[in-house]
Design a protein around this ligand. Structure first.
Ligand code: F6P
Length: 345
C-alpha cells in the first residue's frame, strides 16, 4: 500500500467508527428515558442540513433579498427566513412527534400532531442573525424542545406550552466556516461538525465545558448611549487595563448570536444583550432563543441570566416574549449580575 492509500484506509475507518449525531442521540435519549427525542433532534439536524445548503447557495440562487414583511417580533423577513421556516415545519411535521411549533417567523402557534400522542412542542428561530446573509457571514438556527403535559388535545395548546411544559432539549446550528450542531438534553453538551462529503454530523467537541471565566465579551457597544448605568460600569470594567486581573477583555461582536456564543462556550467569556431604552425588556426571545441557550450554557457549566434572575426561571408569559440576556462563563455572568445589582442599589 502506498502512502495515500494508507490515508484513505484511515479515513474510511475513522468515518465508519465515528460517533455520528444519530448514534450519539440514540444513546443519550435512551439514558434520559426519552427515546423519541433522538428521532426528533435527528429530524431537526436534517432540516439544518437543508438550511445550510440554501444558505451556502443563497447568493447564487438569488435568495439574499427581503420579502417585504416583518415577522412576529418586528424584524424584516428575508427570503431565507421564510424558506428555512418552511423547511423546519415540514421536517418536524414529518417526524410525527411534534404537537405544535412556535417560530420567530410565525405569529401564532402552528398546530401539527396535537390530536395524536405527539409529546413535544418545538420553539425555534429558523435563521438567527439573518442580516449577515447579504454579506455572506455567519448565521445560526436555535431550537428548544418542550415536553407536553396533556398530549392528545389541541385545546389550550398555547397556555399548556407557556404554563406547564418543560424544556427537555436545547441546541443550535452555526452556519459558519463549518456547519456545527451543538445540543443538550440537559446534562451535558456535545458539538458536531457536518462532513459535507457524506452529509453527516460527526462528533467533534464531546462534552463541551465552558471555562469558568474568559477573556472576551460580545455586546453591541453601539447601543451604549441607551444602556442603564450597571451595564456601562460592567463594560468599563472589562475594558480596564489591568493585566494582573486578566483585563482588558477582547471585544468580539458578529451580529449573529450563535457565532459569538459558540466562541464563548469553547473559550469562555460573556455575551450580553441587555435591556436598553429602545428594548426595555431586552431583544432576544425567551422561548426559542434565551431559554434553550440557557439550558445549554448551564449544562456546559456556564451561566445564563437576565441580569437579575436565572433565565430558566423567567416566567413565560407570551410566545414572542423578550428578555435581557447574559450568557457564558459562570464567573463572568456572576460579575455582570453584581455590577447591575450594585448600580441599582
Ligand atoms: O435577533 C437576534 C440577533 O440577530 C442576534 O443573533 C444578534 O446577536 C443580535 O440580534 C444583533 O442585534 P443588534 O444588531 O441589535 O446588535
Amino acid at each position: 500500500m502506498n502512502d495515500s492509500s494508507f490515508k484513505r484506509a484511515d479515513r474510511a475507518e475513522r468515518s465508519s467508527q465515528a460517533t455520528t449525531l444519530y448514534r450519539h442521540l440514540v444513546a443519550r435519549a435512551a439514558e434520559r428515558g426519552a427515546p423519541p427525542l433522538a428521532a426528533l433532534v435527528a429530524e431537526i439536524a436534517y432540516a439544518a442540513k437543508l438550511v445550510a445548503r440554501e444558505a451556502r447557495q443563497a447568493a447564487l440562487t438569488g435568495r439574499l433579498g427581503t420579502v417585504g414583511s416583518a415577522n412576529a417580533t418586528g424584524d424584516t423577513q428575508k427570503e431565507l427566513d421564510v424558506l428555512a421556516n418552511q423547511i423546519f415545519l415540514d421536517c418536524l411535521d414529518a417526524s410525527g412527534l411534534v404537537a405544535a411549533v412556535v417560530s420567530e417567523e410565525l405569529e401564532g402557534v402552528e398546530l401539527q400532531h396535537c390530536r395524536g400522542d405527539a409529546e413535544y412542542f418545538v420553539c425555534l428561530d429558523p435563521v438567527d442573525g439573518s442580516s449577515n446573509l447579504k454579506v455572506g457571514t455567519s448565521l445560526g438556527s436555535i431550537f428548544g424542545v418542550y415536553r407536553r403535559t396533556r398530549p392528545g388535545s389541541c385545546e389550550g395548546v398555547e397556555q399548556e406550552l407557556l404554563n406547564e411544559s418543560s424544556l427537555m432539549a436545547g441546541g443550535y446550528v452555526l452556519y459558519g466556516a463549518a456547519t456545527a450542531f451543538v445540543y443538550t438534553l440537559g446534562e451535558r453538551v456535545d458539538g458536531f461538525v457536518l462532513d459535507q462529503e457524506i452529509g453527516e454530523f460527526l462528533l467533534s467537541h464531546p462534552d463541551i465545558r465552558c471555562p469558568q471565566s474568559g477573556s472576551g465579551y460580545s455586546i453591541n457597544t453601539g447601543n451604549s448611549h441607551l444602556w442603564e448605568p450597571g451595564v456601562l460600569d460592567f463594560v468599563r470594567h472589562l475594558d480596564t487595563v489591568a493585566p494582573a486581573a486578566g483585563l482588558p477583555y477582547t471585544l468580539r461582536y458578529s451580529g449573529a448570536l450563535m457565532a459569538d456564543l459558540h466562541r464563548i462556550l469553547l473559550e469562555g467569556g460573556i455575551y450580553c444583550y441587555p435591556a436598553d431604552k429602545d428594548h426595555p425588556d431586552g431583544k432576544l426571545r425567551l422561548l426559542y432563543e434565551a431559554a434553550p441557550l440557557g439550558l445549554l450554557a448551564e449544562a456546559a457549566g456556564g451561566r445564563a441570566s437576565s441580569g437579575r434572575e436565572r433565565i430558566l426561571e423567567v416566567p413565560r408569559r407570551a410566545l414572542h416574549q423578550t428578555t435581557p440576556l447574559a450568557l457564558g462563563s459562570a464567573e463572568d455572568v456572576a460579575t455582570y449580575e453584581r455590577f447591575l445589582a450594585e448600580a441599582a442599589a
